[in-house]
Design a protein around this ligand. Structure first.
Ligand code: SF4
Length: 683
């Protein structure tokens, strides 16, 4: 019998073909608020994967305080043709199986004045936010509140006219309506502030305005944070009361529960947070309301199936899963779990880009994400799914992410691919990247690449040292038409005066457990590898998650004492470097640096290593001043350089020879994936 998650269900009067929902996301693909080719082609690929519902995020309702970059505009009739083209396309591409909602978003105090045409951000009270670097917003007058309420109704009318299947009202993550809900940001003394009823008033006026505009037939849902995760703001207990009031009003068809506010210091969507960790929020709310409940935030497909099956949740909502794999819902419904390209929670091309404004939202695991309109062919098919008109035998050297990404696409396009790797397993440097604490989800990507490559007939030969002579011979015999070198990086040359007898080890050997260290350790190198190595060392000796669970269950000690234990490792760890945490994206750096601080790791910032002694390291700062950092063991994490030796020895000796990934330029895994993709789609 089909699992319930993949069966039809009702949301108000609307029937969805399955219970997987693509969550609203801030993408920044709109063209001055209009539906652009980028928007259309992004959603086309997701509609082909047939989730029950796609919610288009960030749809703006306020004609006085909108941004051109954030999302679609829905406050003027002139936008209707574009919105309609998006709605019709989703219906058509999904064969009628996918419905589409717009999520109505008002940023409130989360807007910066410069982004909304120079007007002050609107808020219930003049309470600034760290999210906008503490710009003070304008406290809305009652007249302005009424006007914004009217904007929601107007936007609902426009959306209905465009043919949308439903609307989701955003109250989550610290945006305007949530700012009215919260006693921290709503300090008003009129009928919109103070008591619970007063803080809910703005929301219910918005709902009435929208219902007046569209009637009772169109589905309207509400997205709600299960807890704000802000000191003094709404907790789960408070949100249960909010959810009950929404459910009881009889005008809302479902609740979509997510996590806390954007300005919360609690990491919510990084790989540090275990899968399913937040599912209790949705389940608790489901137990208290009479309308369907959806849940998101690192839910995971297994938890989604489990909780929907038992009725603890009605729908499962996934966001970045759809960035990583547009066919996520379809593959899951067919039980092809090992063919799903899972989101690994790295945030590097999605959240980090949103936060820094550098580049459009994409996905490290899925090179074409956000670039669909640049890559698709005339039949609207992505090139990694289109057959090549040639059929070549290709040898790839290196089973890291770039080698396997190349092999995945080349084999899907009809080529025969063999991969050699000198290690005994696939993954390349990603093997090490998955070793620091709470980074194991990185291996989801390498597992996916290996599984899919094998399914598509790629042959792996492990523990195979690639020799130039052998490769030249095989090519001259016609065994291979093309050779792709994806040998990644190697340790950068280090030339530091070192006293005989000093205990010096490499960071990758520490991560893999090959090298042991003394009690007092200095990690030299403040980049991502150095920082993660310092974290791993500093956590040694702290109780495991399972130990803490047992301690709490059996009441071993007070929570504060247990927290102390979690912050007390067995080693004394320091780290030195120009910048500590360099190379980590903002979405992960914040929490990692906080954890390093909790563990008492000593930082020698703005220094480089001048000399290594038996009992420590001489460090030099930018002015040439020296200091001494004591250490029993010195761990070197001083960078890597392209490993292109094999390529150089084959250059001009083989006709079709390519260098890809970090073997070409060093750098980052995102570059490695991109060079592999771009080469493979052209062969
Ligand atoms: Fe997930 Fe990373 Fe892709 Fe973002 S960039 S969707 S976190 S895999």
């Amino acid at each position: 019998m089909a699992k319930r998650l993949y069966s039809a269900a009702k949301l108000g009067n609307l029937e969805l073909s399955n219970r997987i929902v693509m969550a609203p996301m801030g993408l920044g693909y709109a063209d001055k608020g209009n539906v652009s080719e980028r928007v259309l082609e992004f959603f086309r690929q997701r509609a082909k994967g047939q989730p029950g519902l796609i919610v288009v995020g960030g749809t703006q309702v306020d004609p006085k305080r909108y941004t051109n970059s954030a999302g679609l505009h829905c406050f003027d009739e002139k936008y209707i043709p574009g919105l309609k083209s998006l709605i019709d396309m989703v219906h058509e591409e999904s064969g009628g199986k996918t419905k589409i909602f717009f999520q109505f978003l008002h940023h409130g105090r989360y807007s910066k004045q410069k982004d909304i045409g120079g007007v002050e951000a609107a808020a219930p009270s003049a309470v600034p936010s760290p999210y906008t670097k503490f710009e003070v917003p304008h406290a809305l007058t009652k007249e302005e509140i009424k006007e914004i309420v009217g904007f929601y109704g107007n936007a609902a009318r426009i959306a209905k006219e465009a043919g949308v299947d439903g609307i989701e009202i955003c109250t989550n993550s610290g945006y305007l309506i949530g700012q009215f809900f919260s006693p921290v940001t709503n300090l008003r003394e009129d009928e919109y502030g103070g008591s619970f009823e007063n803080r809910m008033r703005f929301y219910f006026e918005v709902v009435d305005s929208m219902r007046d505009a569209v009637g009772s037939d169109l589905a309207i849902t509400t997205r709600l944070g299960g807890t704000d995760l802000i000191p003094g703001s709404n907790t789960l207990e408070d949100v249960v009361e909010i959810a009950k009031a929404i459910s009881d009003c009889g005008k809302i068809d479902g609740l979509s529960i997510t996590g806390g506010w954007h300005e919360s210091s609690v990491p919510q969507v990084t790989m540090e947070m275990p899968w399913e960790a937040f599912s209790y929020l949705g389940r608790t709310i489901k137990d208290n309301v009479d309308i369907p409940v959806m849940m998101s935030n690192r839910l995971g497909i297994e938890a989604a199936e489990k909780y929907v099956e038992m009725g603890a949740l009605d729908f499962a909502v996934f966001a970045r899963a759809f960035l990583a794999d547009p066919d996520f819902a379809k593959k899951a419904s067919e039980g092809k779990y090992d063919e799903i390209r899972y989101c690994i929670g790295c945030n590097q091309k999605c959240l980090d880009r949103l936060l820094t404004g550098r580049g459009i939202v994409g996905c490290l695991a899925n090179v074409s994400c956000g670039l669909e309109c640049d890559y698709i062919n005339d039949e609207k098919v992505l090139p990694d799914k289109a057959l090549s008109n040639k059929k070549e035998n290709i040898l790839v050297i290196g089973a890291g992410p770039s080698g396997m990404e190349f092999a995945r696409i080349a084999s899907a396009r009809g080529h025969k691919v063999n991969i050699w790797d000198n290690k005994d397993k696939a993954g390349g440097t990603m093997i090490y990247a998955a070793m620091p604490p709470r980074r194991k989800d990185i291996s989801l990507l390498t597992n996916y690449l290996e599984n899919v490559c094998k399914k598509q007939g790629v042959e792996f030969t492990f523990s195979k040292e690639a020799k130039a002579d052998e490769i030249i011979k095989l090519c001259s015999e016609g065994k291979y038409d093309r050779v792709v070198i994806a040998t990644g990086t190697k340790q950068a040359k280090i030339n530091i005066p070192t006293e005989e007898g000093a205990d010096v080890v490499m960071a990758l050997d520490v991560l893999s457990g090959k090298a042991l260290t003394g009690r007092k350790v200095l990690v030299c190198g403040g980049g991502a590898v150095g920082t993660q190595t310092a974290l791993k060392l500093a956590e040694e000796g702290t109780p495991s998650a399972e130990a803490i669970r047992s301690f709490m269950i059996f009441g071993m000690d007070e929570p504060d004492k247990l927290k102390e234990l979690m912050n007390k490792g067995v080693k004394e760890v320091s780290i030195s470097g120009g910048k500590i945490g360099k190379g980590l994206g903002p979405g992960t750096k914040f929490s990692m640096m906080e954890r390093i601080g909790q563990l008492g790791v000593k930082k020698y910032k703005g220094t480089h290593v001048a000399e290594i002694k038996k009992d420590g390291v001489v460090l030099k700062d930018e002015e040439g001043n020296t200091s001494f950092a004591e250490a029993d063991t010195v761990v070197l994490a001083l960078g890597a350089e392209p490993n292109d030796d094999l390529y150089k020895s084959l250059e001009n000796k083989i006709e079709n020879l390519h260098l890809i990934g970090n073997a070409k330029e060093g750098g980052h895994i995102t570059d490695a994936m991109e060079t592999a993709y771009d080469l493979a789609i052209g062969i």
